[in-house]
Design a protein around this ligand. Structure first.
Ligand code: KIV
Length: 304
């Protein structure tokens, strides 16, 4: 575990896609996912360079078993929540499955929604040479694009599961060609997910744009993990490449149990947590609310 006290915290100025590109060879790039305003604040305060509003929201927030069911509407809504935190970090919106597969026009319209409605500053999409045409279309609309190669979760059915990609030389060579094609098309960075370190190192050395690894070894130009995995906020299987830095679920259960115990005992709310009425209003209210005898009510009626 690194010494967080030495980490360079939130950068002074807004990070842009060209700045991320320029970080190659300078220092490691820090990227994490986030899906809402408070998590974006946490990531930004800790010094993230890039906040990815990943379609992993499907798994870690919406409780789904894969990412295929999230829509552009879902993603744009989460992206807007993240962007509302006004982070210094670059906000990248993850284009969901089928939002960039059918035509250039639809791809640009969907990517544009991330920018106009979600206030993202770039989009990410999965795939290599097969997607280069769509990458170019988005870039032509002046939207920076991040690539994503290796284990691309939107291809889970085609890949036959979530498996490390590029263990065989032939497949690895194809991935190098994909990375070069994406670079040539103009992406500003590429995520490499679940690939052998040797392959990640080769791609990192060959490209002039940064690679950001997740399960791709230490040689990439940056690293990314899913927010809930870093903080241990969730349950279930953790991939080998995940390092959990705390256990927020346990901390949250402990805090919530203390709240419930205070409800049970009456210790919550306290005097300081309670609103009071000014004394004169209390007097008037008590008077108004006094039980009245029927003769008193009759007297009052006569007086009116
Ligand atoms: O959706 C996501 O969280 C991602 C990261 C794993 C890179 O694509």
């Amino acid at each position: 575990m690194s010494d967080s006290s030495t980490a360079n915290k939130t950068p002074a100025r807004k990070i842009t896609a060209p700045k991320i590109r320029a970080l190659k060879g300078d220092r490691k790039i820090r990227m994490v996912t986030a899906y809402d305003h408070p998590s974006a604040r946490v990531a930004d305060r800790a010094g993230a360079d890039i906040i990815l509003v990943g379609d992993s929201v499907a798994n870690v927030v919406l409780g789904r078993s894969d990412t295929l069911s999230v829509t552009v509407d879902d993603m744009v809504s989460h992206t807007a929540a993240v962007a509302s935190a006004k982070p210094k970090a670059l906000v990248v919106g993850d284009m969901p499955w089928l939002s960039y597969h059918s035509s250039r026009e639809e791809t640009v319209r969907n990517a544009g929604r991330f920018i106009q409605e979600g206030q993202a500053e770039a989009v990410k999409l999965e795939g290599g040479r097969k997607r280069v045409d769509m990458v170019r279309a988005v870039l032509d609309a002046e939207i920076p694009v991040m690539g994503h190669l290796g284990l691309t979760p939107q291809s889970v059915n085609a890949m036959g599961g979530y498996r490390v990609q590029g263990k065989q030389a032939g497949v690895a060579y194809e991935l190098i060609s994909d990375a070069k094609a994406l670079e040539e098309a103009g992406v500003f960075a590429i995520v490499l997910e679940a690939v052998p370190d040797l392959l990640a190192n080769m791609i990192t050395d060959e490209l002039t744009i940064p690679t950001i690894g997740i399960g791709a070894g230490p040689g990439c130009d940056g690293q990314v993990l899913v927010y809930h995995d870093v903080l241990g906020y969730g349950e279930g299987h953790m991939a080998k490449f995940v390092r959990q830095y705390t256990n927020l679920s346990d901390i949250a259960v402990e805090a919530m149990s203390a709240f419930f115990a205070d409800i049970d005992s009456g210790a919550f709310p306290s005097e300081a947590e309670t609103y009071h009425m000014p004394a004169e209003s209390a007097e008037v209210l008590e008077d108004l609310n006094k039980p009245r005898t029927s003769s008193l009510m009759a007297d009052e009626a006569m007086e009116r």
